[in-house]
Design a protein around this ligand. Structure first.
Ligand code: MYR
Length: 283
């Protein structure tokens, strides 16, 4: 039986204990303040990042892992695995997927499958967790990849940024011409379409945006309560706890997780952002 490792990039923000429990390897993206580059999770924590964002003059930037770091990580995993499944954030918002593929093409003696999650954050993590569970059950890589592809149909994530200018500045907001002149006054509900971020609906206040996202979850959940749901926050742990507690009451059979927008995604969404992601069981 082929031994399969699962590797994901840091932007899946799977809480550390859960990631370690499932033996998912992680490769970090970088956040850059002026001349200083930090590997997120390893060299800068999420708390430190939001603190620095408030105090540093230069706004942060982000960068993908280098080909060299991918090669090193693959080589290490290849010491005790025959195959590697790599789950990356959407290729529409980062070059990470392409770099993972280029590095994979340079490796011999290990079979590497790079999967573009077409999303990011903990919804990306749901793909990695499924791959890890199936690998542990001894499923072959083709079956795992088939399941991951099927999951894409059922994956949903809606989010909002408290200050849209970060997304705009980083060039990751498509369809923003709809909002020219009012970027700071509106709180549109955002989502991924064809791998990129687009506004889903124009909403004026954060309260209405959150209510709309919860409404979308409600419509989609129907009677099917066995969902995996995640509340994702940009340095708003209390608010996330409050939303998660409400969701647990509403959907008692659901697995409700709390995750966060870490440094790299926080650079593009800014502090105060909120999102909810979910996936229905996929057969
Ligand atoms: C890079 O420099 O390669 C990383 C670029 C990351 C762009 C992030 C844009 C915001 C993504 C929001 C995801 C929300 C998912 C629920």
């Amino acid at each position: 039986m082929s031994k399969i490792a699962v590797l994901t990039d840091s932007t899946s923000y799977i809480p550390k204990e859960l990631r370690e429990e499932h033996e998912i390897a992680m490769i970090p993206l970088n956040v850059v303040f002026g001349e200083e580059e930090y590997k997120e999770e390893l060299e800068i924590t999420t708390e430190q990042f939001y603190e620095e964002m408030k105090t540093k003059e230069a706004l942060p930037k982000t960068s993908q892992p280098s080909v060299g770091l991918f090669e090193e990580t693959y080589a290490k995993l290849a010491e005790d695995h025959d195959e590697i499944i790599v789950v990356t954030l959407s290729s529409g918002i980062s070059g990470t997927y392409q770099t993972a593929v280029s590095a994979a093409n340079m490796m011999d003696g290990v079979s590497i499958h790079v999967f573009d999650s077409e999303i990011s954050c903990m919804p990306q993590g749901f793909f990695a967790l499924t791959a890890a569970r199936m690998a542990r059950e001894g499923k072959p890589s083709n079956e795992i990849l088939e399941r991951l592809n099927a999951m894409k149909t059922n994956m949903r994530a809606y989010f909002m940024a408290d200050d849209l200018s970060h997304l705009h500045r980083g060039g990751r907001l498509n369809g923003a011409q709809l909002f020219v002149g009012s970027l700071l006054q509106i709180k549109p509900v955002l989502h991924f379409e064809n791998k990129v971020i687009v506004p889903f609906e124009k909403v004026r206040t954060a309260k209405k945006a959150l209510a709309r996202i919860e409404g979308l979850l409600d419509e989609d959940a129907g009677d099917n309560e066995a969902l995996d749901v995640v509340v994702i926050h940009g340095n708003r742990p209390e608010k996330a706890e409050e939303i998660a507690a409400d969701l647990k009451k509403k959907y008692p059979a659901a697995n409700v997780y709390i995750s966060y927008f870490g440094p790299v995604i926080g650079t593009h969404l800014g502090e105060g952002s909120l999102g909810i992601g979910w996936i229905k069981p996929t057969v």
